[in-house]
Design a protein around this ligand. Structure first.
Ligand code: TRP
Length: 373
């Protein structure tokens, strides 16, 4: 049984992404849509070429509007609950690319009440601390300061709450129960929460007093919030936001365990891990598609499709040719597991070294990214 779970509160199991498209009622990103995107961006981001972003809602409509001169803004977010790991970065790296290619404004939400409401042991002081910590990783990715606005729910409640109640009035308890599997034990804050996550999808339209199209890049687990949001804000007179969904970076322990999860430190690479830690974790924990002995590996070859190090390279090695070489070389048995792991270690450490430098610099920039009412 290939059982898997994908919703905003839980991601588990070996996810069948084409099934998910049917279950969620989204559309696959096909070749003609890729061509259409490429017309505007010249090149395609590796995440598009490799179907890491694999699904969407209303992207064709968004491009229709764009081609008519009706520019869109981007919206994504992060509920602070702990340090950032490299899996979190995937949708944001892509969002940064979209910002550059389309010259789009980005609204980045930090719902600092979300994980406080949903997790037993997290205080508002904890989430506040993580908000500022997590902002450093977002800024480090290179978003344009004059085109990026950070919204923090408890800080910007003044502008957000009025819009959130308009949304909340149009969502019944039974809808939320059905969408998220809530029951009578859920606290009332968690029941209201979706209304807050809906707000940035139309807040720019409210502030600029005109309807502006919105595109939301996200991990596919967040889609249920926006299924509700799309219906409701349409009723309020705003465009339904377009959405583009990505797959999850698997944890070090392997694909069948679902996404990288911060609750299991041995499956995670944090953005602040040093070179040695990265090396140790990968050498020790990265699930391998290799054979038990070198002789056997040389004879039968490895299986890159289940090998976590190879799978991670599909996210982090931008060069298609190089990636293909690694694939074949591992599959044929020429490349050993230890060697494959070393390629990944070098790649990640190079990336993280840069990231950590920029993250340090970001400490002075947080205030410039904050939305000023
Ligand atoms: N709920 C998301 C999380 O758990 C945070 C979030 C808020 C978000 N707004 C978003 C994610 C918009 C994607 C798109 O991290």
């Amino acid at each position: 049984m290939d059982k898997y779970i994908v919703n905003p509160w839980e991601v588990k199991g070996d996810i069948d992404y084409s099934k998910l498209i049917k279950e969620f009622g989204t559309e696959a990103i096909n070749e003609s849509l890729l061509k259409r995107i490429q017309k505007h961006t010249k090149e395609l981001h590796p995440f598009l070429r490799r179907k890491i972003f694999f699904s969407h809602r209303d992207l064709n409509w968004l491009l229709d509007e764009y081609e008519k001169g009706n520019k869109f803004f981007l919206y994504t977010g992060r509920a602070p609950s702990g340090p950032i790991h490299i899996g979190h970065l995937i949708p944001w790296m892509f969002t940064k690319w979209l910002q550059d290619k389309f010259g789009a404004e980005l609204w980045f939400q930090f719902p600092d009440e979300e994980k406080f409401l949903f997790k037993e042991n997290l205080t508002l002081e904890d989430t506040k601390r993580f908000t500022y910590d997590n902002m450093l990783d977002v800024i480090a990715l290179g978003f344009k300061v004059n085109k990026t606005k950070f919204l923090v729910d408890t800080v910007h409640a003044g502008v957000m709450y009025k819009e959130a109640v308009r949304v909340a009035k149009k969502i019944t308890f039974s809808t939320v129960k059905a969408s998220f599997g809530f029951d009578n034990q859920n606290n009332i804050g968690s029941i209201f929460y979706t209304a807050m996550q809906a707000v940035p999808a139309f807040l720019p339209s409210v502030l600029k007093k005109k309807n502006i199209p919105c595109l939301i890049p996200l991990g596919v687990d967040q889609d249920p919030h926006f299924r509700l949001t799309r219906d409701v804000i349409h009723k309020l007179g705003y465009y339904k936001p377009a959405i583009i969904h990505c797959r999850f970076l698997p944890g070090l322990g392997g694909m069948e365990k679902g996404k990288m999860s911060a609750s299991d430190a041995s499956t995670v690479i944090y953005t602040t891990d040093d070179e040695k830690t990265v090396r140790n974790k990968i050498m020790k924990y990265a699930f391998s598609g290799g054979q038990a002995t070198i002789e056997e590996h040389r004879k039968k070859g490895g299986n890159p499709d289940i090998d976590v190090s190879y799978q991670w390279l599909t996210f982090f090695e931008e060069n298609d040719k190089r990636l293909e070489e690694i694939y074949h070389s591992y599959k044929s048995g020429k490349l050993l597991t230890g060697e494959l792991k070393q390629i990944l270690v070098d790649k990640l450490n190079k990336f993280l070294k840069e990231h950590q430098k920029k993250r340090e610099k970001a400490k002075k920039e947080i205030d410039k990214f904050m939305f000023k009412v």
